[in-house]
Design a binder for this molecule. Structure first.
Ligand code: ASP
Length: 408
């Protein structure tokens, strides 16, 4: 009974640790618990589209004028691009110093044909932002298109007659309120969901991870170290000095979504929890969260951007290809584009590496080298993606003169 009184993030942390032991020592029991994870993920995925649609429309209409939207949008994009670039540069720096790819056994590579086929070019990704059919985009979970449509819809709500404007604004605000209530309801089941997901992933990956060759371990540690520098030094400094936000206080508020991001490897599935924590715990206004967080979950991926860069450099090193400074600059640029194009779902970043490899004429089979260790890195980079989104929302709120609960 006592466990029930623990704060939710403690419950989740305990569930995570128990799941690791369960998945490792009792893999035969995993089928009996995995369903909890599946149900939890399905429930989160179920609410994403109505949540994004209603939150962005509400956010955009509450900004009132196009000028406000432009200002907030401008700040958001500047934050996304600059933090992602800083993350990539951190990764590039470490991968050049540590050189984890030198001397890697190429025979370790795994088959990746399916993955390479799934990759799409940057041009294709940008074109697809405009949906041909919005219902299809929603049904397929094509979040960027849904965001595009929602922004457009929100902007034009402010331009219709008062009578229609009021009706539509109230309608979408009401939908948003209901979606947040459903989110709060689903959040209660997070410990169970995380137990199911993590136990399953541990049972599935344990063998692979214990067989990892030394050089792969160094590659993992390089990505991990760079991610930690970005999350624990760069972002807190920006949060503290640019946003005048207390990073530690904000971090504590974000523990539930961060562990959920870690366990699910999906920024999109975590989005409802991120919105709840940033708004209700860190006290950022609905106007800012409802616009910046859905956008951030889809296009602001610092962890993924960093990972794209380190992985591409690792593959080049493994194949003995020396990249010039100019080529490394191209890695930075394509890593940024790849992270923007990557969907907030598991393994999206891995698929997007092919964009960089193609741009630099590097061997596409290189992706097979890093496949075995992708899941654990995916979990880590997804948490960093969500952490950056939440810092961005707090910083932007402060720049809009909001008090919040985490201001200095
Ligand atoms: N899984 C990541 C996310 O959802 C994307 C990636 O694979 O890097 O944020």
């Amino acid at each position: 009974m006592k466990l029930l009184k623990l704060k939710l993030h403690w419950q989740i942390l305990i569930a995570l640790i128990l799941a690791v032991f369960f998945g490792y020592y009792i893999p035969s029991g995993v089928p009996y618990v995995a369903w909890m994870g599946e149900i939890f993920l399905r429930a989160l995925t179920m609410i994403i589209i109505p949540l994004i649609l209603s939150s962005i429309i509400t956010g955009v209409t509450s900004m009132g004028s196009g000028k406000n939207l432009g200002r907030l949008g401008g700040k958001t994009i500047i934050y996304y691009i600059s933090t992602s670039t800083l993350a990539i540069v951190t990764g590039l720096f470490l991968v050049n110093i540590i050189k984890p790819g030198i001397g890697v056994e190429l025979g370790f590579s795994q088959e990746v044909e399916g993955l390479v086929e799934k990759a799409s070019s940057v041009k294709e990704i940008l074109t697809r932002i405009i949906p041909e059919n919005i219902v299809e985009a929603m049904a397929e979970g094509n979040i960027l298109s849904v965001i595009f449509f929602a922004i457009l819809f929100g902007v034009f709500i402010t331009r219709v007659k008062d009578k229609y404007k009021e009706n539509l604004t109230t309608f979408f605000e009401s939908v948003f309120e209901v979606m947040m209530k459903i989110t709060l309801f689903i959040i209660k089941f997070t410990p169970y969901g995380i137990f199911g997901i993590v136990a399953k992933e541990v049972a599935r990956n344990a063998d692979q991870l214990s067989n990892i060759a030394g050089s792969m371990l160094i590659y993992m540690l390089t990505v991990f170290a760079a991610l930690m520098i970005h999350a624990l030094i760069t972002l807190p400094l920006i949060t503290r000095f640019v946003g005048r936000v207390n990073p530690l206080k904000h971090f504590k508020n974000m523990i539930t979504p961060l562990i959920t991001a870690f366990s699910t490897s999906s920024s999109s599935a975590t989005l409802p929890l991120t919105m709840e924590a940033v708004e209700h715990k860190s006290g950022v206004s609905n106007k800012v969260t409802s616009f910046t967080l859905p956008l951030g979950a889809t296009i602001n991926m610092d962890g993924t951007a960093l990972y794209e860069c380190v992985a591409a450099m690792f593959i080049a090193q493994a194949y003995g290809i020396d990249l010039s400074v100019g080529e490394q600059a191209l890695v930075v640029l394509t890593a940024l584009l790849a992270s923007i194009g990557a969907a907030g779902i598991p393994m999206a970043g891995l698929v997007m590496i092919t964009v960089i490899l193609t741009a630099l004429n590097l061997p596409l089979e290189g992706v097979g080298l890093i496949l075995a260790v992708d899941r654990i890195l995916d979990m880590t980079r997804t948490s960093i993606n969500v952490w950056s989104d939440s810092c961005g929302a707090a910083i932007i709120a402060r720049s809009e003169k909001e008090k919040t609960n985490v201001g200095l």
